[in-house]
Design a binder for this molecule. Structure first.
Ligand code: ATP
Length: 235
């Protein structure tokens, strides 16, 4: 059974139809990316899946519809979003931000263990754990946003544009971590402008254009597809 199944998803901003009847599915343990040009509807899709935008259609998570589920329940059920722009609490310390990610949990020892795991994954955050999060660099804030999402122990991690605004070295570091999180067994849906990076790290991909899915398949197959190479990889 798929962990996430989406059928005929539609999302509009007033009269503008941003997502037009898309369907997709993700099996447990997969790393799947959603790529496509600016304005194709990738982020809108992710926000609708995280229930931050109203949508019509079916969204099944672990076989159950989540269309009516309150957002706080989604987190309890194991869905976590790392939003575009990161959304960290700038005035709180790094460690306080991480603990905010565990707000839906009460297993103190598990939380402590996961905090240690965050610091293991991102030593930079350990070095800066008492620093105000707003003073971190963009890359460090991205690390914090990912680590904070992991603190809710997600089964499904939704990542929106993790490379945005970051220097290439930092981007590589973030993508190495995404690989490691996937290898740990977390299922990931990644929205990413940088199609090459996204295809390099993913098992499968969906390509969006004008609010629809125009192509999908194994990431390695799409990397070799002349049409994809021309339209999305700038070759
Ligand atoms: P990008 O990488 O540029 O964010 P995207 O593929 O994620 O691209 P979306 O941000 O989902 O695209 O945008 C899809 C469409 O919806 C675009 O036409 C965009 O202009 C429109 N749109 C996005 N957000 C809003 C909003 N808050 N109000 C009105 N229209 C919006």
């Amino acid at each position: 059974m798929s962990l996430l199944e989406v059928h005929d998803l539609n999302v509009s901003y007033g009269g503008i139809k941003a997502v037009r009847g898309i369907s997709l599915e993700i099996a447990a343990g997969e790393l799947v990316c959603l790529i496509g040009a600016n304005g194709a509807g990738k982020s809108t899709t992710l926000k609708a899946l995280a229930r931050l935008l109203p949508a019509s259609g079916k969204i099944l998570y672990q076989g159950r519809s989540i269309v009516q589920m309150p957002v706080y329940d989604l987190v309890r059920q194991g869905i976590a979003l790392v939003p575009e722009g990161r959304g960290i609490f700038g005035r709180l310390k790094v460690e306080e931000n991480l603990l905010m990610g565990a707000y839906s949990r009460s297993d103190i020892h598990g939380i402590r263990r996961d905090l240690d795991h965050s610091y293991h994954l991102f030593p930079r955050l350990f070095e800066r754990k008492t620093q105000q999060a707003g003073t971190l660099s963009g890359g460090e804030q991205q690390m914090l946003a990912i680590a904070r999402a992991l603190m809710s122990r997600p089964r499904l991690l939704l990542l929106d544009e993790p490379s945005m605004g970051l220097a290439p070295l930092m981007v590589n570091k973030i993508f190495d971590t995404i690989r490691a999180i996937s290898a740990d067994g977390v299922t990931i849906l990644l929205v990413e402008q940088n199609a090459r990076l996204a295809l390099d790290v993913s098992h499968r991909a969906y390509v969006m254009e004008g609010g629809t899915i125009c192509l999908s398949g194994e990431a390695s197959t799409l990397l070799d597809d002349p049409q994809v190479r021309h339209a999305y990889l700038g070759e």
